[in-house]
Design a protein. Structure first.
Length: 81
């Protein structure tokens, strides 16, 4: 499980898994999937402070090579040094 709590009290929880789709001498392709839960503290003018929650299901295909790690949807690209 991955958890981030900001100074504002905002919280992000992510939980999931991965599976190896294919691999060879040059690269590997994995699928990452799970649930992303966010809680945000909001200041509303007439209601006072409120808390909003959102749950998202995610799935991404990640390609790993000796030079880079690249996702297709949610995960950005990283260069490997």
């Amino acid at each position: 499980m991955y958890e981030v709590v900001e100074d504002s009290g905002d919280q992000i929880l992510a939980d999931g898994n991965w599976k190896l789709d294919k691999s060879d001498a040059r690269s590997a392709t994995i699928t990452v999937f799970g649930k992303w839960f966010s809680q945000y503290n909001l200041a509303a003018y007439y209601e006072g402070n409120t808390r909003e929650e959102a749950t998202r299901i995610f799935k991404d295909e990640v390609v790993i090579t000796a030079e880079a790690i690249t996702g297709t949807k949610m995960i950005g690209g990283f260069r490997v040094k």
